[in-house]
Design a protein around this ligand. Sequence first.
Ligand code: AMP
Ligand code: GLY
Length: 417
Amino acid sequence: MKILVVGKGGREHALVRALAESPSKPELFCFPGSDAIFEIAKPIEADGLESLIEWMSANAIDLCVAGEESYLVKGEGLANLCQKAGIPCWGPPKESAQLEASKEFAKEFLVRNSIPTAKATATETLDEAVAAIGGEYPTVLKFDGLAAGKGVAVCPDQASAMDFLDEVFTQKRFGPGRVLVEQCLVGPEVSIFAAIVDDRYIIFTPARDYKRALDGDQGPNTGGMGAVASRQLLAAEQLERIEREILEPSVKGLNKEGLPYRGFLYFGLMMTSEGPKVIEYNCRFGDPECQAVMPLVKGDLAEFCLAGAKGELKPELITFDDGWSVCVIVASAGYPESSRSGDVITGVDTDGDFRIYHAGTKLNADGQWETHGGRVMAIVCAGQHRMEAVKKAHAATDQIRFDGLQRRRDIGILNFD
Ligand code: AMP
Ligand code: GLY
């Protein structure tokens, strides 16, 4: 079996590793990929979506796995083009990927299907946004488009709201677009991942990410500074309620509204006092949750995704380890405002009971790994108990060194007990 994974980050490194470890032993390719990914998957000659599809057809690729969201909505859409070319794709077509690409589309879908979510108003101008906020703080402002995880601001006061609205409407930092003014929900967050095949689904191990840059959930929002995954993250009744009130109506809604879906769907949830509510959908696995979850997946993920992309959900092909998995991110100097490249990384080859997934790294001319982006790598350990996984993950992270390294020391600890 020949599989091509689309993406280049830590999530894709974890996906490629999990596919490589599948008993069906697929031959792996990746686009655009990274030096670390190219240690286990082959690079390909393509310079865009169209040439990628041509390459897949010419090279008899059996399955395309969408790691990263942007290709799903670029041009005609990765999955749409795959379908035209007769290549099974694990990832939804453009029309369904609007669930992630447009916050307004997602909100309307949620409301139409009576799925619990925060109340929201769509606004087109700064004045409309100010009117919709109505002086009530905290408030949540969301740019209505893909903004690499930077398009959401939880604003405790008027000054922070005005800063964000100025970025969107005056500086047009994310390009043209509207802003959703949303009710601020309170409660622990949880990330649920379902593998959806038309009208059926299974749930992967629940996870939680840590979005703020600093310990104690302080500092600016980031793409994610760590994650924890375990079946035990939620009580059985909580998971049942999530399935009944959120997953089932979401999958039914997709089918009812003629939105085809074969791939991972990520439900970002807030466990409020009134029950679970949807904060967002993403049409792919989470990053860095994927890095925490993948080591817990056993069985044949490659066959599972291939069958799914062809329309057959085969839960019997995979199982999930009990226990816990903890993922600590190391980030480069300046992150998240900027990132510094070129710092040499040591400790990467140390052997141990852990996995390292690269996100922003590059091999230099001397064959050393160096930083090449904001989030540099994820260090992941599993354990039967949470604190066992926590201690192992943080100890393994201590081995990784480079100038300006930033990390959190409370991943897997904060927001428990
Ligand atoms: P997103 O980019 O949509 O993942 O949102 C980023 C983060 O903003 C979420 O993980 C939450 O922590 C926070 N957030 C988004 N929507 C809300 C909301 N309605 N209430 C409170 N926090 C929110
Ligand atoms: N961990 C958040 C995301 O992948 O969007």
